[in-house]
Design a binder for this molecule. Structure first.
Ligand code: PLP
Length: 397
């Protein structure tokens, strides 16, 4: 007898993974250059040269036993200290090494935070559209995911719906900005109001409600837009960060949880984070890459490629009659499907070898996500297909 739940998770891939696998299969049939795969958020920009130089330097100069050995379960002290100082410098916080827990990416960070605080029956709220794996992480921690429907006019948060859905079982809120899949950055005003509501509800129910800020796209923003650092607005905050996106290291699996030093019972909470990491087996994040990110702590890949892709794609798609959600950050364009059923639209797009992801699994039917973290040449090559698709729907001549 095995766990039915785990069997289902393992045997039914996510929609994104299904499409990604289809793209590989189709590419083998007709040539990868003829398949316009916009399914997955895998950065196509290489990591900066400094990453490579650092790896080589570490390999050349460090004692290999120490370099490839276990670190402390929560991560190397020096690494955590460097990252904490960088966060403090950039956001005016007061974190120390003992507020940081190194992980294998944001997925692990979110799982750890949920596991650290969840008790049976607890609810975690998130906002549509949302990263599909939240449901998996929350349920694996024994919680229940509650989704606040999208506010379609601007994709900010429907504050009234949010407030109405909080109850005595609410343990946490998972918030993701810049957002996957919408590309929206929640405004400072939205964040202030979300935090005000949470403080009011904490007082009403007499227990903390934790904010889990999922921030793998923090640096990928356009037109100088500001991404509020949520710890500065709300004390019961965890920040889940990853070097997968802005530093282009998704396969190296490296990131962290930062526990606000202003949290009530911060030491106990940090211990629970360490305990959750232990229980889930997320201890001693990859040693080489802990050291690499510490030396490259404020580096990013060349993010100008995403800006160029975003302008090209959103400009052309708008010209062809598509409605795109304003893309202020991340590397996704969220586009209204040209018929109510996004799956039917996805199938029609597939006929033109355009692989888009239906919004339904992100909690937002009627839309598709286009991951534009691809080569600009792929977008250029795909534009005629987007045009023909719009023509098929009679949106343009
Ligand atoms: N959160 C969001 C919003 C994401 O888009 C992703 C990955 O695409 C993750 C978390 C997981 O990131 P990581 O690769 O660091 O585990």
């Amino acid at each position: 007898m095995i766990s039915q739940k785990m069997y289902e998770l393992g045997s039914k891939r996510s929609v994104i993974r299904e499409i990604f696998e289809y793209a590989k299969k189709r590419g083998a049939e007709i040539g990868p250059e003829n398949v316009y795969d916009f399914s997955i958020g895998n950065p196509n920009v290489p990591a900066p040269e400094k990453v490579k130089e650092t790896i080589v330097k570490l390999l050349d100069t460090c004692d290999p036993v120490a370099l490839h050995g276990y670190t402390s379960a929560q991560g190397d002290f020096g690494v955590r200290d460097t990252i904490a100082k960088s966060i403090n410098r950039r956001f005016g916080t007061n974190l120390t090494a003992d507020h940081l827990y190194m992980t294998v990416g944001a997925a692990a960070s979110i799982s750890i935070c949920c596991k650290a605080v969840a008790l049976p029956g607890d609810e975690f709220i998130t906002f549509a559209p949302f990263f599909t794996e939240y449901r998996v992480f929350v349920e694996a921690a024994g919680g229940k995911l509650i989704v606040i429907p999208v506010r379609e006019e601007d994709f900010q948060i429907d504050l009234a719906a949010f407030e109405a859905r909080i109850n005595e079982n609410t343990k946490g809120v998972i918030i993701n900005s810049p957002n996957n899949p919408s590309g929206v950055v929640y405004s400072e005003q939205t964040i202030i109001e979300v935090c005000d509501i949470l403080r009011k509800k904490e007082a009403e129910y007499g227990h903390p409600i934790y904010m889990i800020a999922d921030e793998p796209y923090r640096e990928i923003v356009y037109d100088g837009i500001k991404v509020p650092y949520i710890m500065n607005y709300y004390k019961n905050t965890f920040v889940c960060y990853s070097y997968s996106k802005a530093l282009s290291l998704p396969g190296e699996r490296i990131g962290y949880v930062a526990v606000s030093n202003e949290m009530e019972e911060e030491k106990a909470i940090y211990a629970a984070v360490c305990g959750a990491g232990r229980a889930l087996g997320y201890v001693c994040a990859p040693s080489l890459f802990q050291r690499v990110v510490a030396e490259c702590v404020e580096e990013t890949a060349d993010l100008s490629v995403y800006k160029r892709n975003r302008e090209l794609l959103s400009g052309k798609l708008t010209e062809y009659g598509y409605h795109c959600v304003r893309p202020d950050g991340a590397f996704y364009l969220f586009v209204k499907a040209l018929e109510p059923d996004a799956y039917a639209f996805y199938e029609k797009a597939k006929k033109y070898e355009l692989l888009l992801v239906p919004g339904d699994d992100f909690g937002c039917p009627g839309y598709v996500r286009i991951a534009y973290c691809v080569k600009t040449s792929q977008i250029e090559a795909a534009l005629p297909a987007f045009r023909k698709l719009a023509q098929e729907y009679g949106v343009i001549e």
